[in-house]
Design a protein around this ligand. Sequence first.
Ligand code: 9MR
Length: 417
Amino acid sequence: MMKYRLLALLSAAAIMLAGCGSSDSSSSADANKPSDGTGTSAVTEASEAVTEAAPAEDSSYTRSKSFVETKDYPSLKELYKDRFLIGCAISTKVMNSPEYTQLAVEQFNSYTAENEMKPERVLDQQTAMSDPGKYNEHVPVTYDSIRTCLEYAQAHGFAVRGHTLVWHSQTPEWFFYKNFDKNQGNVDRETMLKRMENYIKDVLEWTNENYPGLIYAWDVVNEAASDSKGMRKESKWYEVVGEDFVEKAFEYARKYAAKDVKLFYNDYNAYQARKQKDIISFLKPIAEAGNLDGVGMQSHIGLYLHPNSFMSAVREYVEELGDIEIQITELDIGKDKSDNWEEKQKELYKGFFEGLMELQDDGIKITSVTIWGLTDDMSWRKGENALMFNRDLSRKPAFDGVVEAITGSGDSEEEAA
Ligand code: 9MR
């Protein structure tokens, strides 16, 4: 164990030396829009300078004083190893810190890049603008950001969820314009479809050639459903390509993805009845064509939710779309105004995981559960204390709830009391 911890620290130091990209704040225009209906702004602050790297040969490395030692925590990835992958959305701030990294490695076996694998980090505007005619249908991409993520994930033994290929947000507008110039208006549908196909092809082929087997699932399309009705209209994809952009994205993804890479549609509030109906209606033909492997339910939820209603929605997807996988891709549970919110949050984390295991016992393929961030202060829902760890890496009751869901330890203590 000690050796493993040291190795993790050394790899963290190596990745840091290799350079870990920029801050985790998004630069896109709508990066700060609330996107889960909670009315909360997406917040990720620029990285603070974080602690020193572990000295290479020093086995007596200790945490800096601002961090709590975590070696005695139970490990979620160990506890849930026969159930599903258990993941964390990781920002560059985590990647740049040996302490955060150590906790993430101990607890999780799946990695999602919080921002660094999104189109705005991959599409290469400078090269595109250098010769718009040449790049009209095949927009250049740059892999630096993805490479940093995948090197980190590989060095720390994480499997990776690829997030995300086709999304209305964090995708630069210039990608949709004639000659990449806003003044010239949108390209036509056929050109945009070529751009989409080539983007998907490039990213899927490059990741597979360079890191075969590392990425187990891709969010091929993210958040195409509207919060009011039907498909989201405020999307350049919808505007330029039209309603079938989701279908096309999955068709291309299937064409270029390696066999072991699962193709997911991912959305928030995907458990809400009306939105679910709309999602199912546009996913059905895609599932029937054999191009959909699963639905990612983001699960940015609050203490108002009863796990049973969420779990019924999971069943509905499987009933309607056939033998698909379900992954919980971005779980976080915001607090409410009550004094005992931490206890309530613990119970909901616990009930949520218990519900997922019950579904699994009924044969539903729950294959991965990801928490959207490591510590409360780094969450996009900053101020809502939605995660399992405090800023100093101490565990919250929420963490114990997830442990108790599988060990049953809290139940027996309650019974004994
Ligand atoms: O957590 C991400 C945050 O750092 C970014 O500012 C934000 C920009 O849109 O995206 C956040 O992650 C989102 C994810 O990619 C898709 N589902 C909603 C997540 C929270 O907004």
